[in-house]
Design a protein. Structure first.
Length: 175
């Protein structure tokens, strides 16, 4: 059964360390997601999406000049305006899942998008609070219980907090 393993990184260094270690452990960049508030992100934008790495690093410049390094190499880097919260940078599969919430779901916003990813509501509320405070949400897809355990170990070793798992929810094609 496919699962997503989520965690909170309280700064960019921890988030990048996690992404690097996941890649070193054999997880593809296309299965890793990162979501974080755009510093100074009060622009009135709907959804700006870039394509896959290595263009992701360049896309970072288009979304505020802050996405680079390892996070900039993730697939689908772009900026989202989350109703009531402001601008966020999303990279990886979470970009597709949340872009619908950002583009049209004034009711629901980030919380609705996280719940739509299969995160239980109480955890989604906690993650939303952490994101409002400037933390990073990191997620990776895992197919086996062994992979889930490896991801959790990587998260813990890198200094992540609030580690959780959820059964994956399919994102409709074209989103």
């Amino acid at each position: 059964m496919s699962k997503s393993i989520f965690c909170i990184a309280n700064n960019r260094l921890i988030a990048e360390r996690i992404v690097e270690r996941l890649e070193e452990a054999g997880f593809s960049l296309s299965s890793i997601s990162v979501l974080y508030p755009e510093p100074g992100g009060t622009r009135d934008i709907g959804h700006e999406k870039s394509s896959k790495a290595p263009e992701g690093a360049v896309a970072g410049a288009a979304t505020g000049g802050i996405t680079g390094g390892v996070i900039g190499l993730l697939a689908g880097v772009g900026a989202l305006a989350i109703p009531g919260l402001g601008a966020f940078i999303a990279a990886g599969p979470i970009m597709a899942a949340l872009s619908g919430a950002a583009a049209g779901a004034a009711a629901g916003g980030l919380l609705g998008g996280l719940i739509g990813l299969g995160i239980p509501e109480i955890e989604a509320k906690h993650y939303e609070t952490k994101l409002r405070l400037g933390n990073y949400l990191v997620s990776v897809h895992a197919d086996s219980p062994e992979d889930v355990d490896r991801v959790k170990a990587i998260y813990k070793e890198a200094g992540a907090e609030d580690i959780g798992t959820s059964r994956e929810v399919a994102v409709p094609a074209g989103h």
